[in-house]
Design a protein around this ligand. Structure first.
Ligand SMILES: Nc1nc2c(ncn2[C@@H]2O[C@H](COP(=O)(O)OP(=O)(O)O)[C@@H](O)[C@H]2O)c(=O)[nH]1
Ligand SMILES: Nc1ncnc2c1ncn2[C@@H]1O[C@H](COP(=O)(O)OP(=O)(O)O)[C@@H](O)[C@H]1O
Length: 219
């Protein structure tokens, strides 16, 4: 997409609400660049950078990474994408993050995936990922072709350390306390769109139709 018609979208929702899954569908349908705060952090953790070491100590406890650390990381990435339309997934998660982002970029739309916490708890314990690429699987929803192995590389899948049931509960608490005020922040700006449901395949057509009215589809 060329400068002048740039589109900037944010995808929000509690942990496990399907942000990564829906992002993949948005990117392949509409061609936006995908920026995921969780993926950026995991790349840093795998490379054992200083940011990665700090981030891991918070993530493993089910806590949010400090605002200054994640804000610097995400804004640096967005700076490399000045001439592209993008979809930001997992950021902002606190009001100070939203305020910092807003100084530089005002989103055209904020999509919130509103999925009940009970549904989420079941899902996250059956999530498996390919660490190198961030590809996500689920034993019930989208199992790999060969159990335990990535579809593309054939490498082993792993479970995320922070998907342990007790950590999931802490992450949901952090969401309620720190991230739900961000929804109000965007509601007040008139850009919030809420999509509710328990199944991504039911929610997705509504998200796609909504975006189709704002963006040209790729095919
Ligand atoms: N059972 C079920 N699992 C889903 C559904 N949508 C996504 N998932 C799985 O739930 C987990 C969390 O989804 P993900 O897209 O990673 O969510 P995120 O944490 O918000 O980015 C992954 O293992 C997905 O494959 C769904 O509709 N039903
Ligand atoms: N914007 C953010 N602010 C603070 N911490 C973040 C942010 N994005 C990601 N994280 C940290 O990374 C973890 C994983 O994030 P993510 O991959 O988006 O997964 P999920 O949406 O399933 O929680 C979060 O639990 C949190 O500790």
């Amino acid at each position: 997409m060329r400068a002048g018609v740039l589109f900037r979208a944010i995808l929000m929702g509690p942990p496990g609400s399907g942000k990564g899954t829906v992002s993949g569908r948005i990117v392949s349908s509409f061609g936006l660049k995908h920026v995921s705060s969780g993926d950026l952090l995991r790349v840093n953790i795998n490379r054992q950078t200083e940011v990665g070491m700090v981030a891991k100590s918070y993530i493993d406890k089910g806590k949010l990474v400090p605002d200054d650390v994640i804000t610097r990381l995400v804004l640096y990435e967005l700076n490399t994408l000045e001439e592209y339309s993008w979809l930001l997934d997992g950021f902002p998660r606190t009001v100070p993050q939203a305020e910092a982002l807003n100084k530089l970029y005002q989103p055209d739309t904020v999509i919130n995936l509103n999925v009940p916490f009970e549904t989420i708890k079941q899902r996250l314990t059956s999530r498996w990922i390919h660490q190198e690429s961030g590809r996500v699987y689920n034993i019930d929803f989208n199992p790999p072709k060969v159990p335990g192995l990535d579809n593309i590389t054939g490498e082993s899948l792993v479970q995320r350390d922070d998907d342990k049931p007790e950590t999931v509960i802490l992450r949901l608490q952090a969401y309620e306390e720190l991230t739900s005020p961000v929804l109000e922040y965007y509601q007040n700006k008139g850009v919030l769109e809420i999509f509710s449901g328990t199944e991504t395949n039911m929610i997705w057509p509504h998200v796609r139709d909504f975006l189709s009215k704002k963006l040209p589809a790729l095919s």
